[in-house]
Write a protein that binds this ligand. Structure first.
Ligand code: SF4
Ligand code: SF4
Length: 306
């Protein structure tokens, strides 16, 4: 089966135990205002322009059959893409003598993805690691993700998926026999705020979490820390109580805000205003939120990535 991926990152150490490779699939059901992987939101493959390597040769404009590219006398941004006209034929990417134009993903078969993942098998086995499917969200291209997991399981690899659980239980249930670790993102406890900041309420997510957090399930819960949105004590406390009720003894990890994602929004010609108002939490604020988790009796995983 074929699917759209953003990339495969080898030698990752933050998406489960040991040394791992993480496959980032395209497509997500939520539209979080702070999304750190905006190239994973849409399932389709998009065209990116990088100003720095552009030598202003106009070769891309000359080959575009749709007249979708134009040059502007702007010191920071020479080529503009009319995304309504672009059919993603790839001629401009082939014609570009530098890496200024590129696609934000590629289409591969599940067998090809498994073959890439198996290249580091020895490292996984020696370190107690394995493979992780992230995104986007693996629930969107679930058939493709399941084929990758089947291929990895057949080779005896440890498997994990990172998901926001916004999908039908039938789909999530199909992942259970093939997934050793579920890394679940919970963002906001309040349904109205969840709707406002992610485009959907959280009732379905909470129902799925309750069902998933059964005995014997290996579950790591992650909360992205978005200043003044998710990173407030009342929200962390409410999520902690929900996790404790469904998954006593469950582990929770806090993920600090990552301002570097702003650059991706620039490349994709997307609104960056949300990122321009935010900054990562300082050590005191982080310590305060960890104290909230620990006061609720949860095993807090100390943050090790931004
Ligand atoms: S991908 Fe094709 S249609 Fe789109 S800008 Fe490039 S040449 Fe034009
Ligand atoms: S072909 Fe590449 S380097 Fe030349 S103008 Fe287009 S984007 Fe810039």
């Amino acid at each position: 089966m074929d699917g759209n991926i953003i990339d495969v990152k080898r030698f990752t150490i933050h998406d489960g135990q040991g040394i791992r490779s993480t496959v980032f699939l395209k497509g997500c059901g939520l539209r979080c205002a702070w999304c750190h992987n905006p190239e994973g939101i849409e399932n389709s493959i998009g065209l990116w322009y990088l100003s720095r390597p552009c030598i202003r040769c106009r070769a891309c404009i000359a080959v575009c059959p749709e007249d979708a590219l134009s040059a502007h006398d702007d010191a920071d941004h020479f080529i503009w893409i009319n995304r309504r006209r672009c059919t993603k034929c790839g001629r401009c990417v082939e014609a570009c003598p530098t890496t200024a134009l590129s696609f934000d993903g590629r289409r591969l078969s599940s067998e090809a993805v498994v073959e890439i993942l198996l290249r580091d098998r020895e490292f996984y086995l020696r370190s107690g690691g394995g493979i992780t499917i992230s995104g986007g969200d693996p629930l969107i291209q679930h058939g493709f993700a399941l084929e990758i997991l089947k291929g990895c399981k057949a080779e005896g690899l440890h498997t994990a998926i990172e998901t926001c659980l916004f999908g039908s239980w039938d789909v999530i249930g199909a992942f259970i026999p093939l997934t050793d670790l579920f890394i679940v993102d919970l963002k906001l406890d309040d349904d109205r705020l969840h709707q406002e900041y992610t485009g959907h309420g959280n009732t379905l997510i909470k129902d799925n979490y309750r069902r998933l957090a059964g005995p014997g399930r290996n579950l790591l819960t992650r909360i992205p820390l978005i200043p003044r949105v998710t990173a407030i004590p009342d929200n962390i406390r409410a999520i902690a109580r929900f996790v404790r009720e469904c998954n006593p003894g469950g582990k929770v990890e806090l993920i600090n805000f990552n301002p570097l994602a702003e650059n991706k929004y620039r490349l994709m010609d997307r609104d960056r205003e949300f990122f321009q108002r935010m900054a990562p939490l300082g050590p005191e604020e982080l310590a305060g939120l960890y104290a909230v988790l620990e006061a609720e009796g949860l095993a807090a995983v100390r943050e090790h990535r931004t």
